[in-house]
Design a protein around this ligand. Structure first.
Ligand code: KG4
Ligand code: ZN
Length: 347
């Protein structure tokens, strides 16, 4: 948008257990506030009703803080964006309704954003931008998607998980090892002290060469624990070895499919996004893979890996530039709409 005044974009994210508010000036992040609902730890997972209530309490103060930090007045916001789905309906409803209310009262345009698209393009929040065409691996608590992205509007789905998402596998294995929720960071910490060759957990073979399956891996860990330890009495050394071996199998499975996708498509970059992209082993291996193929690798910094409103505002801004305007009848949706992403051979 050279020559024209930069736009101030407000983004609101409330799809799960993070309330986040961001303000961008075009594609530059001015502020990205994230309020995490840590109390879900006590329940071993996210409790939807409690999540909605917490979003409701924090969304307005967080918008006020964001405006204050960015040093701009609410009337200077040019575009309002919010996550419409996928996610927990009650949680989504809070951020989406608040954003629609602002759009109505300020008489400013509104763009509803798909949370996964927010993750897909989150690499563009970094100084070094991904280049099209690119392979994107989305790994979060709810989703595992392998995509070929040719432009801001051409997103092809190559593969997805047939059962658990990668983050979900981390969370479930963490629970059965007694670490608690969220599991990824705790397994990663334990794995650092363990031997990843301690036990070889299986990698699923699937009909669609780009699909993933992690429930067999989770069951293999469970069987191993049941067979070798009574009453969850696992010595710390063994816990670390199991964590490291599990993490290796899961990362190997992801890398195998990403490698295949890069081999079969002529791409310029690879981008690793979503909450599980915080995992250091996965980050290192994706970086190594990119080096092998001589393509660039863009992995967002940690604050843009987990759920955040900066990626929502950025995606909203991209869509706005393509002419997208949403009316205020937009409703939240729990899952990715069927055929939302293109399939190869389809335009
Ligand atoms: O993208 P995200 O913040 O929320 C969803 O949209 O799901 O992802 C959350 C997931 C959780 O399953 C969490 O265990 C996982 O990301 N995660 C990690 C790490 N940090 C967060 N998994 C592996 N290693 C990590 N360091
Ligand atoms: Zn997410």
């Amino acid at each position: 948008m050279s020559g024209s005044r930069k736009l101030n974009i407000l983004g609101i994210e409330s799809s799960c257990d993070e309330t986040s508010v961001a303000i961008l000036s075009d594609d530059e992040v001015k502020v990205n506030l994230i309020s995490s609902q840590h109390f879900h730890k006590n329940y071993g997972g996210v409790v939807p009703e409690l999540s909605s209530r917490a979003h409701l309490q924090i969304v307005k103060p967080l918008v006020d803080s964001a405006l204050q930090s960015a040093n701009i007045n609410i009337n200077d916001i040019d575009l309002i964006t919010a996550t419409a789905g996928p996610g927990l309906i009650g949680a989504l409803l809070v951020g989406l309704t608040f954003a629609k209310g602002l759009s109505f009262s300020l008489n400013k345009p509104f763009v509803a954003v798909n949370h996964i698209e927010g993750h897909i393009f989150s690499g563009f929040l970094m100084d070094t931008k991904p280049e099209f065409p690119m392979i994107v691996l989305v790994v979060s608590g709810g989703h595992t998607l392998l995509l070929l992205v040719e432009s801001f509007t051409k997103i092809y789905l190559l593969g997805t998980t047939v059962d658990d998402a990668a983050g979900e596998a981390f969370d479930k294995v963490s629970k059965l090892l007694g670490f608690g929720y969220p599991g990824g960071p705790q397994i990663e910490l334990s794995a650092l002290k363990g031997d990843e060759h301690y036990i070889k957990f299986p990698i699923a073979e699937l009909k669609n060469e780009y699909n993933f399956s992690f429930s067999g891996l989770k069951t293999a860990v469970l069987r191993f624990v049941q067979k070798n330890y009574s009453d969850k009495n696992i010595p710390e050394k063994d816990l670390n070895n199991i964590s490291a071996s599990f993490q290796k199998s899961l990362v190997d499975a992801l890398i195998q499919k990403v490698s295949l996708a890069i081999s079969n498509h002529n791409v310029k970059s690879i981008s690793l996004v979503g909450g599980v992209a915080a995992n250091k082993k996965l980050r290192n291996e994706i970086n190594n893979l990119a080096d092998q193929f001589n393509i660039s690798c863009i992995i967002p910094s940690l604050s843009y890996c987990g759920d955040n409103a900066a990626m929502i505002a950025l995606r909203g801004f991209q869509l706005y530039q393509f002419g997208r305007r949403d009316n205020l009848r937009v409703k939240p949706y729990p899952a990715i709409p069927e055929n939302h992403f293109l399939r190869i051979g389809q335009d």
